[in-house]
Design a binder for this molecule. Structure first.
Ligand SMILES: Cc1cc2nc3c(=O)[nH]c(=O)nc-3n(C[C@H](O)[C@H](O)[C@H](O)COP(=O)(O)OP(=O)(O)OC[C@H]3O[C@@H](n4cnc5c(N)ncnc54)[C@H](O)[C@@H]3O)c2cc1C
Length: 500
């Protein structure tokens, strides 16, 4: 007997998203979270990029975030901003919304889905056997589940206890990020670069006018400062912050009353494997990297959306365990790419003459259409391409949120994904497809679409006759009745046919 189908260690953004995905699929899932409440200590993510907004839209919850955040053109690479306005997505922008709000909104959704959260409790260890995992808790109890997923952050206990290696590079630079009051007003707000690295001062409260950030004229201040030395492992203090400011600005501007001080580095590490038997990892537990480009939370949420439906099918017995191998196969390269672009950004942060020359060169290259489009699509997550073999350009890429016309009226593609169920979308002859052996798992929808087909990184693509869309919104098969492979794709992704 198990207590739950799946236990998730950690209820940060990745754990909450995964819990929602599993609950939607009807799996008995619970979260064990060390923090007694959802409050986020310190400053972390500042917003959501296009693909993460689309992913929330696929579940019908994007409006909750949009109602609270501020839209801005805040996607960029190495200081070069991108304007996504021309991109074929309903969300051609970033949304300024701090991580504490993102987590609060996600936790509200997970609560509606009735996922139990064991709060104020840590996972302290686990042991797995052929049929399940015994998860040890800090209150002395143990819970049994079919699978354990470590969404327990960069220092993941689940990753370590599973014996999963975490290769990568040690930090070369260390930053403090804080919110505090200043007794004196600095002569300049905004970003400063020097030989140490990047620093910034700005009011916490700001408005966005015509896409530009306009800081409030009073209130607490957000501080980002590069430290002189790397390797501090104690919790950062006000005197660390003051010392770092004096080194860079020659004064600490009378800094006082901090509400948060956190330290982050440019360490970049990625788990060698995202799964060891019945233990899996997602989010920061699987990859850590500098915050440049604001990609950590996005990558974790999207790991969860890739894993959720697959794990649900395995737990429910509709798919073999081998489906879980596609989680690592698809998401590891995406994490590796984030590590690569953040490491490159770090090098470009420095302010010596050679680095400046390189940064200017990169900016020049990114001023050209094709490189700009590709990098903007990468940094916004809209270009993600899982390797599902040769074929139509849509294969393995995100399904666009098209406005369809159906027998029952207009319909957005993403609304078909709200319940996290796959869909075979027939845009050709109505009634041409019939998939009775999968009818219990896959929605079959006849629809018409008359507009252009365009993908963010690639541009226009040929209109397909039919597409098989996975619950995570990625296309698993493209074709028409003459095209072989539909039955194989249905079996690969959604399990063997049910006997009539
Ligand atoms: C300064 C800074 C700025 C950032 N800016 C951005 C940004 O702009 N955009 C962006 O996308 N990302 C950004 N990030 C990264 C982002 O904050 C993380 O990638 C994101 O929080 C990862 O989510 P997660 O759920 O995987 O892990 P976490 O948020 O670390 O959550 C892990 C959870 O597990 C819990 N936990 C840990 N161990 C245990 C245990 N043993 N048992 C039970 N619970 C446990 C923790 O309490 C926590 O709630 C930034 C990070 C920093 C530090």
């Amino acid at each position: 007997m198990t207590d739950h189908g799946v236990i998730i260690a950690g209820g940060g953004p990745s754990g909450l998203m995964l819990a929602g995905e599993l609950a939607l699929a009807g799996v008995d899932v619970a979260i064990v979270e060390r923090r007694p409440s959802q409050d986020v200590a310190g400053s972390r993510a500042g917003g959501l990029h296009s693909r993460t907004l689309e992913v929330f839209d696929q579940r019908g919850i994007a409006d909750r975030f949009l109602a609270e955040g501020k839209k801005a053109q805040a996607t960029g690479f190495a200081g070069v901003p991108f304007d996504l306005s021309g991109f074929p997505t309903r969300h051609p922008y970033s949304l300024g919304l701090r991580q504490n709000h993102v987590e609060r909104i996600l936790a509200g959704w997970v609560d509606e889905l009735k996922v139990p959260i064991y709060r104020g409790i840590e996972v302290t260890g686990f042991a797995q056997d052929d049929t399940g995992v015994d998860v040890e808790l800090s209150d002395g109890r143990s819970l049994r589940a079919q699978y354990l997923v470590g969404c327990d952050g960069g220092r993941s206990l689940v990753r370590k206890a599973a014996g999963i290696a975490f290769p990568g590079s040690d930090p070369t630079t260390s930053n403090l990020i804080a919110e505090a009051e200043l007794a004196e007003t600095p002569p300049e707000w905004g970003i400063r670069r020097d030989a140490l690295g990047i620093h910034a001062l700005g009011r916490v409260e700001y408005e966005i006018h015509n896409g530009e950030i306009v800081y409030a004229d009073h209130g607490p201040v957000g501080v980002l400062v590069t430290e002189q030395h790397v390797g501090q492992i104690t919790e950062p203090t006000l005197s660390d912050l003051s010392a770092a400011l004096i080194t860079v600005y020659g004064t600490d501007y009378g800094i006082h009353s901090p509400t948060s001080i956190s330290r982050f580095t440019d360490a970049a590490r990625q788990a060698a494997s995202y799964r060891k038997g019945r233990a899996l990892i997602a989010g920061d537990a699987a990859h850590v990297h500098p915050p440049d480009g604001g990609q950590g939370l996005q990558t974790g949420v999207q790991d969860a959306v890739n894993l959720g439906w697959k794990l649900a099918q395995v737990v429910k017995g509709t798919s073999p365990e081998s489906l879980l191998d596609t989680y690592h196969a698809e998401r590891h390269p995406i994490g590796a790419r984030v590590l690569r672009n953040t490491m490159a950004s770090i090098v470009l942060r420095r302010e010596d003459e050679r680095t400046k020359a390189l940064r200017d060169t990169i900016a020049e290259l990114l001023g050209m259409d094709e490189p700009r489009r590709r990098f903007a699509a990468m940094m916004s997550g809209l270009d993600i391409h899982y390797d599902l073999g040769e074929g139509h350009p849509l294969l393995g890429r995100r399904m666009p949120d098209l406005d369809l016309v159906t027998e029952n009226g207009p319909l957005r593609v993403f609304s078909l994904l709200h319940a996290a169920r796959p869909v075979l979308l027939n845009l050709g002859e109505p009634g041409a497809f019939d998939i009775p052996p999968w009818a219990d798992r896959v929605q079959l929808v006849d629809a018409k679409y008359v507009g252009p087909w365009e993908l963010p990184a690639l541009g226009p693509v040929t209109a397909p006759t039919a597409v098989l869309v996975r619950p995570d919104g990625y296309v698993a098969w493209v074709g028409d009745l003459t095209q072989p492979g539909l039955a194989d794709a249905l079996t690969t992704w959604f399990g063997p046919p049910t006997a009539a």
